[in-house]
Design a protein around this ligand. Structure first.
Ligand SMILES: *Cc1c(COP(=O)(O)O)cnc(C)c1O
Length: 372
């Protein structure tokens, strides 16, 4: 590969922070976990934080903590990473999909109320690609119907909507720190809430069902091991200290692409929406007709040229196990299904250079020329 899809941004401070933990006796459940939790809660502006071993286990625990299970429905989006949906299936609840807004690519708030019924127990919106558009409207609808919101903001750390940070639009909100996210802990996630009781239940689930102040071998409820280690948490603290710098670097890369692709009429280039600060997760362009049917050929041509691109996202509803369980077919969610066919995620990370971006754009144009 000449240009990778994603790269973490690790410096000497990060390495030293990890090594410091390795020299301590507390490789897990030491002082770095509460420090990471406090710092992230403060950055987002919420009362309680629970650090976990992945974004997926965080979403699962949020649903569990709200008592959602068999026979319950959770309203969500079909245009997302698979974990938004699998977390709902993991608690035996049913995901109920609402099609997306064609501009923001997030769940369309206007279409939510039609899907609310007596079985609906929560709404799980996603700030896709870092775009927080609509989270405020989802929150309002949920308030009106007395439903909790589980905010999947695993792609949107640092984004803001109407001056408010993402992570403040859910009863429980989630971030994730896999190496392709805005900041990384290797593997990891964080649940945020203002509800002390929910935070305590999540902490108990995380740690084998142990209770507050109880003994190591006292288990109050069915729990799990979803602990993050002190090693990962130390990396998180060190990365979080540079989060604003990271977001600034990503904004610059997004602007480079926007400038270089400004005259490219064959694609739709993402823009920062109104009222928002986008903390860019990925940079996804969309093909226009007549190029859409050639998307996979264009992806392969770019890969062959050493440019690592991807098809974020294929529809959740059309994954084989979803089709088998629910019988969804192409076109059930017309906007999401058609957007999914047109996307190309370009290489995108903090330290992508102007030369890299120029090569990506030149190769994209060349592959478009070759196709038709
Ligand atoms: C990354 C991500 C997650 C969580 O992923 P993990 O790999 O489990 O940390 C959840 N939802 C979305 C939308 C994501 O992009």
């Amino acid at each position: 590969m000449k240009v990778y899809l994603s790269r973490p941004d690790i410096n000497e401070d990060d390495i030293n922070a990890v090594v410091e933990v390795l020299k301590s006796p507390n490789l897990s459940f030491g002082p770095k976990i509460p420090e990471f939790e406090e710092k992230l809660a403060k950055y987002i502006g919420r009362k309680y934080a629970v650090a976990v071993n992945s974004g997926t286990s965080g979403l699962f625990m949020c649903l569990k903590a709200l008592g959602i299970g068999k026979g319950d429905e959770v309203i969500t989006t079909p245009f997302t990473f698979i974990a938004s949906t699998t977390s709902i299936l993991m608690v035996d609840a049913k995901p109920v999909f609402v099609d997306i807004d064609p501009v923001s690519l997030n769940i369309d708030p206007k279409k939510i109320e039609a899907k609310i019924n007596a079985k609906t127990k929560a709404i799980l919106p996603v700030a896709v690609f870092g775009n927080p558009t609509g989270l405020d409207e989802v929150w309002k609808i949920a308030q009106k119907h007395n439903l909790p919101v589980i905010e999947d903001s695993c792609e949107a750390l640092g984004s803001e909507l109407g001056g408010k940070k993402v992570g403040n639009f859910g009863t429980l909100s989630n971030f994730a720190f896999y190496p392709n996210k805005q900041m990384t802990t290797g593997e990891g996630g964080m649940i945020l809430t203002d509800d002390e009781n929910l935070a305590d239940i999540c902490k108990s689930f995380r740690n084998q069902g142990r209770g507050k102040g109880g003994g190591w071998l006292a288990h109050e409820r069915l729990g799990y091991n979803f602990r993050i280690s002190d090693i990962n948490a130390a990396l998180g603290i060190s990365q979080l200290a540079r989060i604003e710098q990271f977001i600034g670097k990503r904004q610059k890369v997004a602007e480079m692409y926007q400038q270089m692709l400004a005259d490219e009429a064959r694609i739709i280039v993402p823009r920062s929406p109104d009222k928002c600060r986008v903390s860019w997760f990925v940079f996804v362009v969309r093909l226009k007709e007549p190029y859409i049917s050639k998307r996979d050929a264009i992806l392969n041509a770019m890969l062959a040229e050493g440019i690592q691109v991807s098809n974020y996202f294929p529809p959740v509803t059309l994954q084989p196990f979803m089709v088998e369980q629910f019988g969804y077919k192409d076109g059930d969610f017309p906007i999401s299904d058609s957007v999914c066919k047109s996307t190309i995620a370009l290489p995108f990370y903090n330290n992508l250079t102007k030369d890299d971006a120029a090569l990506v754009c030149k190769t994209l144009k060349k592959c478009l020329d070759k196709t038709i």
